[in-house]
Write a protein that binds this ligand. Structure first.
Ligand code: 5RP
Length: 227
């Protein structure tokens, strides 16, 4: 049997996530290539939901193009479910996110939701977080000091560029990508970095971890539930 491509695995988990969408409700929607598959699937049941709260301008554009109403997070209360991808996920449901630069709004919508359903292909499953460069959204005037703070932890941080210039996030800030970290205690690490002045959001999602992961594997979608 021909093995599935990463793109096909993303389609599979994007479609599988529909089972978590609650009819008549507003769903939290993440950002990225896996979520784009989910958005396509969501469009097929759009008449059964009220709409979505989006985690990025990019997802908002896609949702609206497919006729799915997008609500401001402040217009709505708690959401039943938030569906998003990850750059890495470990055996406890802790994640690194922000490869698509949307980590701040992703964490906000995740915090507003009762359940985080992570959709990912199996390349994202890791024993310990940190092989993927950790994204951190920062206030630009703090960037160089924060680069030194990460160096003191053994990490090498650099400002993410786009077309040769610092990337500007949806929130008007910059991103650091930090390599060389082994994040074995994600809860403590997230709390520590959150306290550094100038950090807007650290891309470790431990306090907003996944409750469920739908993992695309060669043998189909594997459901992992975290305690
Ligand atoms: C965006 C994210 C994404 O969820 C993460 O980068 C995974 O993206 P993809 O599904 O394209 O692999 O955190 O900020």
């Amino acid at each position: 049997m021909k093995s599935m491509t990463q793109d096909e695995l993303k389609t599979l988990v994007g479609q599988a996530a529909l089972q978590y969408v609650v009819p008549g409700e507003i769903v939290g929607v993440g950002t990225g290539s896996t979520v784009n598959k989910f958005i396509e699937a969501l469009a097929t049941i759009k008449h059964s939901i009220k709409g979505a709260v989006s985690s990025s301008n990019a997802s908002t554009v896609r949702l609206q193009a497919l006729g799915i109403p997008v609500f401001d997070a402040n217009e709505v209360g708690e959401l039943a479910v938030y569906i998003d991808g990850a750059d890495e996920i470990d055996g406890r449901g802790y994640m690194i996110k922000g490869g698509g630069a949307a980590l701040t709004r992703e964490k906000i919508v995740a915090a507003q939701s009762r359940q985080f359903v992570c959709i990912a292909d199996e390349s994202k499953l890791v024993p310990t977080l940190g092989a993927f460069a950790l994204p951190v959204e920062v206030i630009p005037m703090a960037a160089q000091r924060l680069i030194r703070q990460f160096a003191a932890l053994g990490g090498a941080a650099s400002i993410r560029l786009k077309d040769g210039l610092p990337l500007v996030t949806d929130n008007g800030q910059q991103l650091l990508d930090v390599t060389g970290l082994q994040i074995s205690e994600p809860l403590a690490f997230e709390s520590q970095v959150n306290q550094w002045p100038g950090v807007v959001t650290v891309g470790v999602f431990a306090h907003q971890k996944a409750q469920v992961c739908l993992l695309g594997t060669a043998s189909g979608v594997k459901l992992i539930a975290y305690g």
